[in-house]
Design a protein around this ligand. Structure first.
Ligand code: S3P
Length: 188
């Protein structure tokens, strides 16, 4: 299938706790792009937390909010977009994202993710008796969706700088191919 694409933005996808926000802020800074975080936008607009949205309205309501936000992204330019961990695992969201962005998926082992998030309580889907097992099950279910990203990077052992360098190199190439190159200088 041929998808008409304009690589105007850089989107980071992947499971909770893989480092999308940290890497995303760094990339936005480097590229002089605006940083946007889909969870933060949803929280700001609804004047509440993701956990409260899940509690009061349920997951499918939250997925609707994500879907509406993706529709808006077609007008975005020069943004690094950090997406909620489930966003690309539902409906045709990955395809929508790809229309206007180079899509990177950050990956990590369940154990790494568990160690990164175990002291945090802001992820409603991981408030279970056995979060590690929940992570394993969810990752397995979402793996095929994550794999459709333009670039997949394992973050288990790589330092952030290296991850950013790989992404920037690939992003530039993708921009060149779509005829919309800009010229950020190399990471030093
Ligand atoms: C979710 C990931 C969260 C947030 C919500 C659901 C998921 O975002 O969107 O709790 O389904 O994986 P982060 O990946 O930024 O934690």
């Amino acid at each position: 299938m041929f998808l008409e694409r304009n690589i105007n933005n850089l989107a980071l996808t992947g499971f909770m706790g893989v480092g999308k926000s940290t890497v995303g802020r760094h990339l936005a800074d480097y590229l002089s792009f605006q940083f946007k975080d889909t969870d933060e936008i949803i929280e700001e607009r609804n004047k509440t937390t993701i956990s409260e949205i899940f509690d009061s309205h349920g997951e499918s309501y939250f997925r609707e909010l994500e879907k509406k936000l993706i529709a808006e992204m077609l007008d975005w330019k020069q943004c690094v977009i950090s997406t909620g961990g489930g966003l690309v695992a539902f409906e045709d969201n990955m395809l929508q994202l790809k229309k206007n962005a180079f899509v990177v998926c950050l990956w990590a082992k369940p154990e790494t993710i568990f160690n990164r998030i175990k002291r945090q309580s802001n992820r409603p889907l991981l408030q279970t008796d056995d979060p590690l097992e929940t992570i394993r099950t969810m990752l397995e279910k979402r793996k095929s969706a994550y794999r459709t990203a333009d670039l997949m990077i394992n973050t288990d052992t790589r330092p952030m700088r290296q991850i950013s360098q790989i992404i920037i190199r690939q992003f530039r190439q993708a921009q060149q191919q779509s005829g919309k190159q800009n010229h950020p200088t190399p990471l030093s």
